[in-house]
Design a protein. Structure first.
Length: 520
């Protein structure tokens, strides 16, 4: 005799209690997550095709593991895998009050960093990209070198280790997966369980001449590590021949030292201060008579955010079509609209702390309370498509934005890479699809939607809180009409990171940018 749950039969014998309710309760919870995902998720067919992804089948792989998860740690681990089965960088699982308890959530970092050699499609590999200045204190004579290929981690061949850890990574594109995997390799974190049992990180490395060395490194407080500095984040040393003019929270502005008519923007992200910082840039360039200069825009280390179209109106002299977006109609849509209505009443239309719109949000609310509510009443699967979040244009607009009154009039070159995504993906798509400039490097991370919905999962039978779980609520549509999630714009000049060019990578990008501008 059994209890029917959805399409599955759960034996009554599976009701033995554990720290995390019963097997029956966990089975019903899994079926509830699957049902809500199929109803709510804004799936991206183009991403699923590229990744050969069947979301339902991917999630079902973890059903038995979830039923058998009899500790908080095991259940949290399998929930992460279930969530990541959708392959969406934006969607995560997080701990909540009175929910699952993890004994140790402290993250540690081994004194080494890795990057990816993207030189051969289908044969990417990891290599040493930086190390602590005092790494010899831990490794003795077996010193790692930049470019050493990673062959094994903690005695496990890297191919096997990759397969074991991949389900715990959030990603929407293969390049994005490898980039974030490399960043996570030296970290010990409860979000990547296969590393938890080790007190040290043991790495088997292969030199360029084929010699192999093994090193064993402790896990440290990452904030205490003083790095050699081979890894290039933001900073003046990335741009040979350019001098810093000033910095803001949005960008650092550089000018060519040799008098060439070109400025360079090292872009940090599309955050709340973007409008003020871009206005400062245009005012400065106008005052110094620099608006006819060419622009090199470096987004290789950029975060996401909002209002990228505002920046493009001032960085380019050409009209352009913005991104569009929609909402998946489901059981949560009305609640989402109600939440936005409350935010609007408080003049707080925000996403992750960043104001979503240029106006007061009235365009967005008009669309939600009219078009989207009508789609709910008519039982549609999706709302209509409108300029993204109505941030710059009303719902009946064709999405075309004109340059601002004061704007740069020279050529635009954008440097891109898979470090970031989200609104960065949108910025790149607007530049590429509208032919606003020349792009160099690698495509962005490939993850963008309209909104995410987050709610606390509870055991359906016991009612006990479990964890927070997220769903994607709508599509971002590129200016060319394609869904953006898992489908980033391709660059004009592909320059992959490799272990051979790693130390001179930014010099290569900058050289190609100047060459395109006829300034080499």
């Amino acid at each position: 005799m059994g209890l029917a749950i959805g399409l599955f039969l759960i034996p009554i014998a599976c009701t033995e209690r554990s720290e995390v309710s019963t097997q029956e309760d966990r089975a019903v919870l899994f079926d509830t997550i699957l049902e809500k995902t199929m109803e709510r998720e804004a799936f991206s067919p183009i991403k699923n095709q590229k990744l050969k992804l069947d979301v339902r089948a991917n999630m079902m792989r973890f059903r038995d593991e979830m039923i058998a998860a009899e500790t908080d740690e095991k259940l949290f681990n399998v929930l992460m895998q279930i969530s990541n089965a959708r392959k969406d960088r934006h969607l995560s699982v997080s701990l909540v009050k009175d929910g699952l308890k993890i004994k140790n959530t402290e993250e540690k970092h081994a004194p080494i960093r890795f990057a990816v050699d993207y030189g051969t499609p289908g044969a990417f590999f990891f290599f040493v990209s930086d190390m602590a200045k005092d790494i010899g204190d831990f490794t003795g004579d077996a010193m790692p070198r930049v470019g050493d290929k990673l062959m094994a981690v903690n005695g496990q061949p890297i191919e096997e280790y990759f397969d074991a850890v991949e389900p715990y990574h959030r990603y929407s594109s293969i390049n994005g997966l490898w980039w974030k995997f490399a960043e996570g390799l030296p970290m010990r974190t409860y979000r990547i369980p296969p590393t938890l049992e080790y007190e040290k990180m043991t790495c088997l490395l292969e030199r360029k001449d084929g010699e192999q060395v093994q090193i064993s490194l402790p896990y440290l407080d990452g904030r205490s590590i003083e790095w050699e500095g081979y890894f290039k984040g933001h900073g003046e040393d990335r741009y040979s021949g350019f001098g810093l003019l000033f910095s803001t929270e949005t960008y650092d502005l550089y000018r060519h030292d040799g008098g060439k008519k070109v400025l360079l923007l090292d872009w940090y992200g599309f955050r709340e201060n973007l409008v003020a910082d871009v206005d400062r840039l245009v005012a400065y360039a106008s005052e110094k008579e620099l608006l006819d200069y060419a622009l090199i825009w470096d987004g290789t280390r950029s975060r996401g955010g909002s209002k990228g179209a505002y920046a493009i109106q001032r960085l380019s002299p050409k009209p352009f079509r913005t991104t569009f977006g929609n909402v998946r109609i489901s059981d949560i849509t009305e609640s989402f609209i109600r939440n936005k209505r409350e935010d609007y009443a408080e003049r707080k239309i925000e996403d992750s702390g960043v104001k979503e719109t240029i106006d007061d949000g009235s365009w967005l609310m008009e669309w939600l309370e009219n078009d989207v509510m009508q789609a709910i009443e008519e039982g549609k699967a999706y709302s209509n498509n409108v300029p993204f979040k109505l941030a710059h244009l009303p719902r009946d607009s064709d999405g075309i934005l004109q340059p601002a009154d004061d704007h740069f009039r020279g050529s635009l070159v954008c440097l891109l890479g898979p470090h970031g995504g989200s609104h960065l993906d949108q910025f790149a798509a607007m530049v590429v699809d509208n032919n606003l400039g020349h792009t160099i490097g690698m495509s962005t991370g490939g993850y963008s939607n309209t909104w995410e919905w987050e709610e606390t999962l509870v055991f359906p039978i016991s009612g006990k809180p479990v964890a927070d779980f997220m769903w994607s609520m709508g599509h971002t549509l590129r200016p060319n009409g394609e869904i953006l999630e898992g489908n980033p714009a391709m660059v004009d000049a592909y320059v992959p990171v490799t272990r051979e060019n790693y130390l001179t990578y930014y010099d290569s990008l900058l050289s190609k940018a100047l060459e395109h501008l006829g300034m080499n």
